[in-house]
Design a protein around this ligand. Structure first.
Ligand code: TXA
Ligand code: MG
Length: 348
């Protein structure tokens, strides 16, 4: 398949390109588009065949469901049963990096939801995504636009490396702002009423969610490795993810001890390091990937996936990164990094 790559800087003057993208989607084709989190691999969310094509293009198992994207949060009610708590979440966080799992309506095919009776809904906050979704008269199902198992793409070059020849069109809209995928919550009920289960942490933090819903429960799979045979609440948590080919090890300990360890390792063997700004002057400038200042979690989120991709291209025998804190945006970084490292943490 020939993949057409188009660059859009201002969606207001890209009407012809956006119409072309929408008609590819309408006819069952695949279009990659930028969002504020990561790039998405889009197909018509109402089409069984389009969902099958998405799974095939990504090399993803078809029981791992897709998120449907809408241009206005109020559209959710056409495709799912959205109640009062959804409306309050939408008012607080949409458009934005939040995905909400709701009971699906019949118009959403089981192919899109991986066989589940629920559907994930998200309204991205990105001018190109918004303009594209606006000209589509259907929801756009889109997982992250990487090959299954690779880090999510935050620039068009990552998408081209993974999906060229596998999709009809790639819209290059520059760098994704946030760099980590959306926060995913599921609305649940028990005898004490409604609560949110956090299935995937992202830029909308657990603390921010508690402003809208007092009870936020963090799903086991966010922090821990699933036990053999344990079924996650979100099928995506079952799969090894973001794994570089070179083994990744996360370092935990006093910052000075960790720096001394890294200096010694650099002298001993070829290693790649995802390092903090403060450490740079003290390390050899060889296979160093700057992730941001130690306390600048937003920059670390923005750079994480590109750094992992770049580190994996080196001749290093091991990649080191810091174990992030587990609060605020740190929880999202922690969740992505422990999975990329297959839970390998070295205490220094
Ligand atoms: O930021 C994002 O969310 C990006 C952009 C493109 O919007 N999309 C994204 O999609 O990260 P994906 O498919 O790579 O991750 C979606 C996750 C998967 O782990 C999937 O298992 C979970 O959402 N998911 C989707 N529908 C679900 C459902 N009905 N119940 C539970 N988990 C669901
Ligand atoms: Mg993904």
């Amino acid at each position: 398949m020939q993949t057409k790559v188009i660059k859009i800087t201002d969606p207001q003057v890209a009407e012809t390109d956006l119409q072309e993208a929408a008609s590819i989607l309408r006819e069952g084709g695949l279009v990659v588009f930028p969002t504020e989190t990561v790039y998405g691999l889009g197909g018509n969310g109402l089409s069984h065949e389009a969902a099958e094509k998405i799974y095939a293009a990504k090399g993803r198992p078809s029981n791992n469901p897709l998120i449907i994207h809408v241009h206005d949060p109020r559209e959710a009610d056409k495709y799912a049963f959205a109640g009062d708590l959804y409306n309050r979440l939408a008012a607080a966080f949409m458009p934005g990096p939040l995905t909400v799992i709701l009971p699906k309506r019949d118009c959403i095919p089981y192919a899109t939801t991986g066989g589940l009776d629920t559907v994930a809904v998200r309204c991205p906050d990105h001018p190109i995504a918004h303009a594209l979704l606006k000209v589509c008269d259907f929801p756009v199902a889109a997982p992250s636009a990487n090959l299954s198992g690779k880090p999510s793409p935050t620039v068009a070059e990552h998408v081209i490396a993974d999906l060229s020849g596998r999709v009809d069109m790639i819209i290059d809209g520059g760098e994704s702002d946030i760099g980590l995928e959306s926060t995913i919550v599921k609305i649940d009920h028990d005898k004490d009423g409604e609560y949110l289960t956090l299935l995937r942490p992202g830029a909308i933090t657990a603390d921010a969610l508690t402003c809208v819903c007092e009870r936020v429960v963090i799903a086991n799979a966010v922090l821990e490795q699933l036990k053999d045979g344990e079924r996650p609440l979100s099928p995506g948590m079952m799969y090894k993810h973001y794994a570089p080919t070179i083994p990744l090890v996360l370092l935990d300990g006093d910052p000075n001890d960790v720096l001394a360890f890294l200096q010694k390792e650099q002298a001993d063997k070829p290693c790649a390091i995802l390092c903090y700004l403060e450490e740079m002057p003290h390390l050899k400038d060889e296979n160093l990937f700057l992730v941001g200042a130690k306390d600048d979690l937003a920059t670390q989120a923005h750079t994480l996936f590109s750094s992992l991709r770049e580190a994996d291209k080196t001749n290093a025998s091991i990649i080191y990164a810091h174990l992030p804190p587990r609060d605020g945006l740190g929880l999202a970084l922690y969740n992505r990094l422990i999975r990329a490292a297959a839970h390998t943490i070295k205490e220094i």
